[in-house]
Write a protein that binds this ligand. Structure first.
Ligand code: SME
Length: 274
């Protein structure tokens, strides 16, 4: 069990310093995002004064979906641009709302809430989600909360490996395989996957060739669809061999991270050991 000792700081700045060092300790040696933000919402809920909700919404399939939180049950999905959370996600700017009753389109999950702060979580320019905190007191959040919580989000960003924004690879494989045909043997399935994979890569490459050498317009949407088809055949091949596509990707990342601990390096590429 992780004991949160009483926060001794008298001012907000000191308070956040202590909370943020608790967060660092909580996440030490652990990069699982679900576990990390579950504990993070508990930490905020149990240490911040005068709040009634603290938690996360994750960006998934172009909308926000409720994640780990502490407080009363809340609305599950929020459209981009809607309410305080949707506005934060769309503008990628921190929202400090003194009086939620005056915020156009505010989504009231708990009528007790009077003020709110929402911070975007952005990693490598991609929106991961938002951190949302509600208070029953008007004007509860100020610049120092912004500063302290910004650091809080920075720590999460540094320590956690975030989920994909769209779909998990293993989930993709499961759903893609609902549309596979019938094969008489594994050999037949592997052969079909090999031919399909080469064919789809070919279609992709042909489009790029036409873009570069024949003066055609490069159509990103077209390439996106072809890449999707490439993924489908990778799923088929993995399925035929009894492999989880997520595991295939994970092992590839482990191999590359070992080879290039600080990112790609020419020297390490030339003098590769494996
Ligand atoms: N009030 C938020 C919705 C989430 S709840 O506060 C937990 C909003 O307007 O986006």
């Amino acid at each position: 069990m992780f004991e949160i000792e009483k926060i001794v700081a008298k001012d907000k700045r000191g308070f956040y310093k202590e909370v943020n060092s608790y967060l660092e300790a909580l996440l030490e040696g652990e990069s699982d995002w679900m576990a990390g933000i579950s504990n993070a919402s508990s930490l905020l809920y149990h240490t911040l004064e005068d709040i009634n909700w603290a938690g996360f919404y994750l960006y998934k399939n172009k909308e926000l979906v409720l994640g780990p939180f502490h407080g009363k049950p809340a609305c599950v999905r929020i459209e981009m641009g809607k309410g305080v959370c949707g506005t934060t996600a769309k503008t990628r700017e921190i929202q400090v709302v003194e009086d939620v009753n005056k915020f156009p389109g505010h989504i009231a999950c708990d009528p007790v809430s009077q003020s709110e702060i929402v911070l975007p979580i952005i990693k490598d320019n991609l929106l991961i989600g938002v951190l949302d905190i509600d208070s029953p007191i008007k004007g509860r959040f100020d610049k120092e909360d912004v500063q302290g919580l910004r650091k809080f989000v920075d720590i999460l960003n540094r320590k956690l490996v975030w989920p994909g924004t769209f779909m998990d690879i293993s989930e993709y494989q499961r759903r893609a395989m609902r549309t596979k045909g019938k094969y008489n043997s594994i050999k037949e399935q592997v052969l079909n996957a090999s031919l399909g994979l080469a064919g789809e890569v070919g279609e992709c490459v042909d489009h790029i060739k036409k873009g570069i050498f024949h003066g055609h317009e490069l159509d990103k949407e077209y390439i996106k669809k072809e890449l999707g088809d490439v993924a489908w055949y990778i799923a088929l091949m993995s399925h035929a061999l009894g492999l989880d596509m997520g595991h295939v990707c994970q092992e590839n990342i482990s191999k590359l991270e070992k080879r290039y601990p600080e990112g790609f390096h020419k020297e390490q590429s030339i003098n590769r050991k494996e």
